[in-house]
Design a protein around this ligand. Structure first.
Ligand code: UDP
Ligand code: MG
Length: 134
């Protein structure tokens, strides 16, 4: 089985010229980049993307950050459980708790500015891929 995940490179990482290094990590781990584009979300679009977090105290700060500059959206594919494999490469949400060698450990600035987003289930992967790619 080949599974898919949405990956976003967040504004903090695009701004610090980390796009190439982040893509390299996935290509080196034998993921296929099936689709990719650079976009800038409006605040409203970020709210729609993060609708599952409606009501959470960090939502406004998160959506302001996510609409503060360009992001890179891509669809990753690999053999097996792509969602879990991508999540292990990115590491914990809080970079101070992320394992050494993970993207968030190595690049993230804070819990909010944590460099990447990845889908957390097969279900959310479908919805999130459809949000960015028709
Ligand atoms: N976030 C935040 N403060 C928090 C929790 C989350 O700013 O206390 C941000 C962070 O950028 C995170 C995103 O909200 O990546 C989505 O949160 P989630 O719990 O889904 O983490 P993820 O799935 O990205 O690891
Ligand atoms: Mg999440």
């Amino acid at each position: 089985m080949r599974g898919r995940s949405l990956l976003l490179i967040k504004p903090d990482a695009v701004e610090r010229n980390l796009t190439g290094q982040i893509i390299l990590r996935f290509e080196s781990a034998r993921f296929k980049v099936l689709a990719m584009k650079m976009v800038r979300l409006t605040y409203e679009e970020a709210r729609r993307f993060y609708a599952v977090h409606e009501g959470r105290p960090f939502l406004e700060e998160l959506c302001s950050f996510m609409s503060s500059g360009p992001i890179v959206a891509m669809v990753l594919e690999s053999d097996g459980d792509t969602v879990s494999k991508v999540r292990s490469l990115i590491g914990s949400t809080d970079p101070s708790k992320a394992a050494p060698g993970t993207i968030r450990h190595d690049f993230a600035l804070s819990v909010t500015k944590n460099s990447v987003h990845a889908s957390d289930s097969e279900e959310s992967a479908k919805t999130e891929i459809a949000f960015f790619f028709s």
